[in-house]
Design a protein around this ligand. Structure first.
Ligand SMILES: Nc1nc2c(ncn2[C@@H]2O[C@H](COP(=O)(O)OP(=O)(O)O)[C@@H](O)[C@H]2O)c(=O)[nH]1
Ligand SMILES: [Mg+2]
Length: 295
């Protein structure tokens, strides 16, 4: 998949986050609970230095709860890191994050000692949704692409905590092909940039490997089909994704399957569990990938 982030954008984003990071006590990194590894950017570890960090495993309502548990365990091996599965629209759970912030920075969050937190993450993980939930009103535009330079306003939260009103925007690391396909399958990359057939074939093969029963329960006619291409063809035929001559429109079939998968029709699915990452791609902030047109 050819998805590019322009080096200039990345350098700018990195500089802006580094600037905004001064004076921040706790970093709230929003990840997609279904793919916490592929929805992270290792450059954040450098930028946050030794600041404590809450890794929010967001969209937990779509993720496999057992796998999320394993991720929490995995992340909490790291010092000054807490991991919290979350559904960003749930105010009670979001407010719990504030208590975690106070635990991570116990010298802050008191009268006269404001605790400053900042929400950071790649596009589409739910940063704006979380900010709005925490603020109790619509401040950050959901689905928008904010620039951190507008991050002058602060939101005052309970417990003497302030939050920047726009999140720090990191770019996805797409140098690993599997990671890029997982991001695309999850919906984190705009559909205009993806090839439905390629991504659906990847997702079907993944479902066959990790969640075969879910696949077969949802689409019983797939039970005897081993080949993802045959699966996609059959799905398209059964769902009526056809072109003029009655042939299957594979792209529409792929889109249909991906929408079902992302919408939770096949149950709560996690695209990666700890250990899947195998080799961490090097932080690529000077060259590589721009998904800005696509996100
Ligand atoms: N299912 C589910 N969807 C969510 C959750 N949080 C955000 N979303 C959706 O994910 C999409 C991207 O959210 P947004 O807040 O704009 O992400 P941002 O780009 O990181 O600011 C929107 O369609 C949200 O409604 C969540 O916890 N669960
Ligand atoms: Mg946003």
């Amino acid at each position: 998949m050819a998805i590019e982030w322009y080096p200039g954008h990345m350098t700018k984003a990195r500089r802006e986050i580094a600037e905004a990071m001064t004076g921040i006590d706790v970093v709230i990194e929003v990840l997609d609970a279904r793919l916490p590894y592929s929805s992270s950017n290792p450059v954040l570890e450098t930028l946050r230095s030794n600041r404590p960090c809450i890794k929010v495993l967001n969209k937990h309502d779509l993720a496999d709860p057992l796998v999320s548990k394993a991720w929490v365990h995995h992340f909490e091996q790291q010092s000054s890191v807490r991991a919290v599965p979350l559904e960003a629209k749930e105010r009670g759970a979001a407010l719990n994050l504030l208590r975690e912030c106070q635990r991570l920075a116990p010298h802050r969050g008191k009268p006269g000692k404001t605790l400053r937190a900042m929400v950071i993450g790649i596009p589409n993980v739910g940063k704006s949704t979380l900010i709005n939930t925490l603020a109790g009103k619509r401040i950050a535009r959901v689905g928008d692409k904010p620039a951190i330079t507008t991050c002058r306003q602060q939101i005052n939260l309970p417990g003497n905590i302030t939050l920047a009103d726009t999140p720090g925007l990191l770019w996805p690391v797409l140098s690993d092909q599997n990671g890029a396909l997982r991001l695309a399958a999850s919906g984190a990359i705009g559909d205009s940039a993806i090839d439905y057939v390629e991504v659906a074939l990847f997702a079907l093969a993944f479902m066959q490997e990790r969640y075969p029963q879910r696949l077969h329960e949802t689409y019983p006619y797939t039970a005897n089909l081993a080949d993802p291409a045959a699966l996609l063809l059959e799905l398209g035929r059964r769902q009526g994704c056809l072109v003029g001559g009655g042939e299957v429109d594979l792209s529409r079939a792929g889109e249909f399957f991906l929408r079902a998968l992302r919408g939770g029709k096949l149950g709560r699915i996690s695209f990666e569990k700890p250990g899947d990452e195998i080799v961490a791609p090097p932080p690529r902030d000077e060259e590589g990938i721009d998904a800005s047109a696509a996100l």
